[in-house]
Design a protein around this ligand. Structure first.
Ligand code: SF4
Length: 338
C-alpha cells in the first residue's frame, strides 16, 4: 500500500496464522498506524494492538510489550532487521520504501562529487536503489563500492546511526550517503576519516564534505571538552539500555570493575529509554558512561546534568587510548550481553 511518500508491503499471507498482533512504528510512520491497523484487522481478522511507546531504531524491538499483551507476533515497521540480534519471539519486519529518482541522484553525484572512487551508503528507505545508482555511475566512469558491512548490517550499503561498517570497506576516496538529515552523515564522518557527501533525495540537494566536516569539528571539540571535564571524576554512573539491540551488559560490567580498580565509585544504571529525567533523582554523578546507543552521548549530551562519555572516550580519559584520532563507538556486536 502507498501511504504518503512510502510504499509499505504488508505480508498478509504470513500474518494470517496470528490471532493477536502488536504493531510497532518509528515516530515518522506513527501517523499511518491507525490506517494500517484497520487494514490488517479487515483483511485477516486478527486483534491488532499499536505500541504507543517511542521506537528509536531496529535495535528497539517491542518483544516484551508484545508478550505482555499475549500477542502471537510483533510487526515492526520502518526498519530492516539487525542480523546479530537473536529473537525468541516471532517478529516480522516491514520496511517503508521511499521512491527515489535514480537518474537525478546519479546526476547530482556526477556533477558534485570530486573523487571518482566512492562508497555508496544509505538507510533502509532507499536501500533497494543502491545497485541502480551504482550501475548509472559506473557508466559515468565512477568506481563504486557497496560494502557488505559486519554482522549488524542486513543489506550491503545499509548504514545505522551506530554502525557504519558498510561505509568503511575498501580503499575508496570518499563516501556518498543518500538520505535525509545530518544524523547519518555526521556519524559516518566521525567513524571514517574520508570526505563524506550527503544527498537528500527529497529536496535533491547535496551537502559537501566541508559542511559536514565543520559539524564534525564542532562535535569533536565538545567530546574532548567533556573528556577533560571528567578528568577528576570520582563518582561514575554506567548507563545500560534494556533495549535488545543496545544492551551491552558485559561491557558495562567490565567498565564498573575497571573504575572500582581505580579506587573510584561506579554504579550500573539500567533503563529502557535513556533520558536525563530517569537519572535526576539519584543525585549528582561526576561522569556518566553510556553503553547504550552511542548517539545518546554524542547527540544529546547537552541535555544531561553530568558529562556523558562513550566507552571509547572513557578509554581516552584513562589513557588507554590516544587522544588523537577519534574512534566512533560503533556497536558491532551485542554478543557481550551476559
Ligand atoms: Fe539507531 Fe541507536 Fe539503535 Fe543504532 S543503537 S539502531 S543508532 S537507535
Amino acid at each position: 500500500m502507498i501511504l504518503g511518500s512510502y510504499r509499505i508491503d504488508i505480508p498478509f499471507d504470513q500474518l494470517k496464522r496470528y490471532k493477536r498482533l502488536l504493531l510497532q512504528f518509528p515516530a515518522g510512520l506513527k501517523v499511518y498506524a491507525r490506517k494500517i491497523a484497520d487494514v490488517i484487522e479487515e483483511k485477516i481478522g486478527s486483534e491488532v494492538f499499536i505500541s504507543s511507546d517511542a521506537c528509536f531504531g531496529a535495535c528497539d524491538i517491542a518483544v516484551d510489550l508484545a508478550k505482555s499483551i499475549g500477542a502471537d507476533a510483533l510487526i515492526h515497521f520502518g526498519h530492516l532487521p539487525i542480523p546479530n540480534i537473536k529473537l525468541d519471539f516471532p517478529v516480522i519486519f516491514v520496511n517503508a520504501v521511499m521512491d527515489l529518482n535514480v537518474q537525478k541522484v546519479s546526476e547530482i553525484i556526477r556533477e558534485n562529487v570530486r573523487e571518482k572512487s566512492i562508497n555508496l551508503v544509505t538507510t533502509a528507505q532507499h536501500i533497494n536503489f543502491v545497485y541502480d545508482i551504482k550501475e548509472e555511475l559506473e557508466n559515468q566512469k565512477f568506481s563504486v563500492q557497496i560494502g557488505k558491512g559486519d554482522d549488524r548490517i542486513f543489506k550491503p550499503g545499509l548504514v545505522l546511526g551506530c554502525n557504519f561498517s558498510s561505509a568503511l570497506c575498501g580503499d575508496t576516496n570518499s563516501i556518498v550517503f543518500i538520505g535525509t538529515g545530518s544524523f547519518h552523515p555526521i556519524g559516518i564522518f566521525l567513524a571514517a576519516s574520508k570526505p563524506v557527501y550527503a544527498i537528500d533525495p527529497a529536496s535533491m540537494t547535496i551537502k559537501m564534505p566541508e559542511e559536514i566536516a565543520k559539524k564534525r569539528e564542532k562535535i569533536l571539540k565538545k567530546r574532548y571538552a567533556l573528556i577533560a571535564l571528567s578528568r577528576d571524576a570520582k563518582k561514575f554512573g554506567i548507563i545500560i539500555s534494556s533495549k535488545i539491540g543496545q544492551r551491552r551488559l558485559g561491557l558495562a560490567i567490565k567498565l564498573k570493575r575497571e573504575i572500582e580498580k581505580m579506587g573510584k565509585d561506579a554504579h550500573l544504571l539500567v533503563m529502557n529509554n535513556v533520558t536525563p529525567e530517569s537519572l535526576r533523582d539519584f543525585g549528582k554523578f561526576d561522569c556518566l558512561i553510556s553503553t547504550a546507543c552511542p548517539r545518546i552521548a554524542i547527540d544529546d549530551s547537552d541535555n544531561f546534568d553530568s558529562p556523558i562519555l562513550t566507552p571509547i572516550e572513557f578509554e581516552i580519559l584513562t589513557g588507554k587510548k590516544k587522544i588523537n584520532g577519534y574512534i566512533f563507538d560503533s556497536i558491532s556486536s551485542i554478543q557481550d550481553s551476559l
